[in-house]
Design a protein around this ligand. Structure first.
Ligand code: ATP
Ligand code: MG
Length: 144
């Protein structure tokens, strides 16, 4: 069991910081390299969204990353106190983006790489993204 809480400014540079922290914590559990790569992508997407959309690229907002490891996996919470999302269901649709220059795939990656994604948001107050990844035991063919 381990728990990490980080609070950092809404700077693009801190996306990398969050990725590395998530990878380092995941490395303490039985996640494979492949699992860790996917966890890093999911964390990047959530933190990027907080910076780009939540704070509209303003560098003076707080982003909080809370990560918890237990026997069965890892829970990750990314929180911002930015503009919030008017329609979460629509925002989660594949290829939906507020910005026509973006792909609208962040939530799709989070959803496909993690085992459970919950998004809570209030307009003008901020957004919470909670994700869970289970440790899955991969049994090789030779061992069967
Ligand atoms: N933390 C947030 N605060 C405010 N709005 C958000 C937040 N996260 C997501 N959104 C909204 O949800 C939409 C979809 O997010 P998603 O990450 O799927 O796509 P995107 O960020 O637009 O594009 P991509 O992630 O592919 O660059 C965003 O365009 C934005 O309108
Ligand atoms: Mg995104």
């Amino acid at each position: 069991m381990n728990r990490v809480e980080m609070r950092f400014l809404s700077l693009a540079d801190n996306v990398g910081l969050a990725r590395i922290a998530a990878a380092a914590l995941a490395g303490q559990a039985n996640f494979s390299i492949h699992d860790i790569e996917e966890i890093k992508v999911a964390v990047s997407e959530a933190v990027s969204n907080a910076v780009i959309h939540g704070y509209e690229n303003r560098p003076d907002g707080w982003v909080e990353l809370t990560m918890e490891l237990d026997e069965s996996g890892m829970t990750i919470l990314v929180e911002d106190w930015g503009v919030g999302i008017a329609d979460v269901e629509k925002a989660r649709e594949p290829a939906y983006s507020k910005d026509p220059d973006r792909m609208g795939l962040g939530f799709v990656f989070m959803e496909s790489f993690m085992h459970g994604l919950e998004v809570e948001s209030t307009l003008g107050q901020g957004t919470q993204v909670r994700m869970r990844r289970f440790v899955t035991l991969s049994v090789s063919r030779d061992a069967q």
